[in-house]
Design a protein around this ligand. Structure first.
Ligand code: AOF
Ligand code: ZN
Length: 372
């Protein structure tokens, strides 16, 4: 059975899902003689960490108390102070942490400092749940690149487009609402030039039940090697133009770049691959440097295929509509995969969003077998 205090810490942590990036979701519960005397969760980067919020509530009752936290307490002076120093100063007796923080600034040093101060440290309670909760953070902090997910909607015969002249919406309201919640949980959304032109999307979170703070809207990323995107697109004509990055190449026209920059958009010159495409690894590294911890690739099939072929996807989210398109020219989400080394996927979650189904696929990492 799950430890109830750690379970509560995980539930508290979850509240930061839509606001704490690029920081991890962290929750903390302080227990004194069987009574919960403090609770906290980390809301936003730059604001107090979970432990500090919980210690504040516990006050003097933190002395001699036990701490339950889903991540190793930090020991560095980042945007905020060291949680380890605060726990030592509060004279807590024991810390239960679910997983060690892989941030190189912490990485075991937090727990070592606690132990050196005479505080008992227990590691591993609810570790699986804690790892699953912060998989985006763990990937980002170790790889220095965003955690990448691809998303598409398709028919039962695996087509993402319908012949022109018909409604382009494949899925229904429940799937659409779900996809906006997915957008809300990522730091950035990416599309290719074709999608930007044909769909003229806004790439924003739009939910009926929520008036989202514009600061929490995801970044919008467009890849346009040629740099031929019309300046009248929605993406370039919104208050969020300043949260829009266009990766282009030196082959694009300087006058075009200046024009969209004057609309508030940031233009970044990226190297090209042999096929004349924008170098995706460059883009991911650049996004990592900009502290963008997660990325949702929304299409179209050329971009999805490039991310897939280069094995850059950690998850795929598919909305499956109970329809058949059956048109030979209708596109599939991924093409020309014949030559690539095999990637294995596992269904992590299946949601019935009537009348559609949402499948979440997780990459199965290959195990390296060492010779014996
Ligand atoms: C904790 N408790 O609630 C969180 C932690 O720049 P800062 O000061 O916000 O530090 C960010 C780093 O601190 C982050 O990368 C991660 O290693 C850790 N996050 N640690 O003890 C918390 N959010
Ligand atoms: Zn901290």
């Amino acid at each position: 059975m799950m430890n109830p205090y750690m379970h509560e810490a995980l539930t508290l942590a979850e509240q930061g899902r839509y606001s704490c990036a690029p920081n991890p979701m962290v929750g903390c519960v302080i227990v004194n003689r069987g009574q919960v005397v403090g609770r906290g969760w980390h809301q936003r980067a730059g604001e107090p960490h979970a432990e500090i919020v919980a210690l504040h509530e516990a006050g003097t009752l933190a002395a001699g108390a036990e701490i339950y936290v889903n991540l190793e307490p930090c020991c560095h002076e980042g945007r905020t102070g060291s949680c380890v120093a605060a726990l030592i100063a509060a004279k807590v007796s024991c810390v239960h942490l679910a997983v060690v923080d892989p941030n190189p600034l912490v990485a075991g040093q937090g727990l070592a400092q606690l132990r050196a101060a005479g505080i008992a440290v227990h590691i591993g309670c609810c570790a699986d749940e804690a790892l699953a909760l912060n998989q985006i953070f763990f990937h980002y902090i170790t790889q220095k690149q965003p955690f990448v997910m691809a998303k598409w909607a398709m028919s039962l015969d695996g087509k993402i487009s319908v012949p022109s002249g018909q409604s382009r919406q494949l899925t229904s309201t429940a799937a659409l609402e779900h996809s906006h919640r997915l957008r809300q949980a990522v730091a950035a959304i990416l599309v290719g030039a074709n999608t930007a032109i044909t769909d003229d999307p806004q790439l924003t979170v739009r939910r009926k039940d929520l008036n989202l703070d514009p600061n929490l809207q995801p970044w919008r990323i467009i890849l346009s090697a040629k740099g031929d995107l019309p300046h009248h697109l929605h993406l370039f004509n919104s208050p969020l133009a300043s949260k829009t990055l266009v990766y282009t190449t030196e082959h694009s026209l300087p006058s075009w770049r200046q024009r969209i920059e004057s609309q508030g958009v940031s233009v970044i010159i990226a190297p090209t691959t042999e096929e004349g495409m924008t170098d995706l690894l460059f883009v991911l590294k650049d996004l990592g440097e900009k502290h963008i911890s997660s990325l949702l690739v929304e299409g179209g099939s050329r971009i999805l295929t490039s991310f897939y072929r280069q094995a850059l996807l950690q998850k795929i989210i598919i909305y499956l509509a109970p329809k058949f398109i059956g048109h030979t020219e209708a596109l599939s989400p991924l093409r020309s995969l014949d030559l690539i080394s095999e990637q294995s996927w596992q269904i992590e979650e299946m949601l019935f969003l009537a009348p559609d189904v949402c499948l979440t696929l997780k990459k199965v990492e290959k195990k390296i077998c060492l010779p014996v």
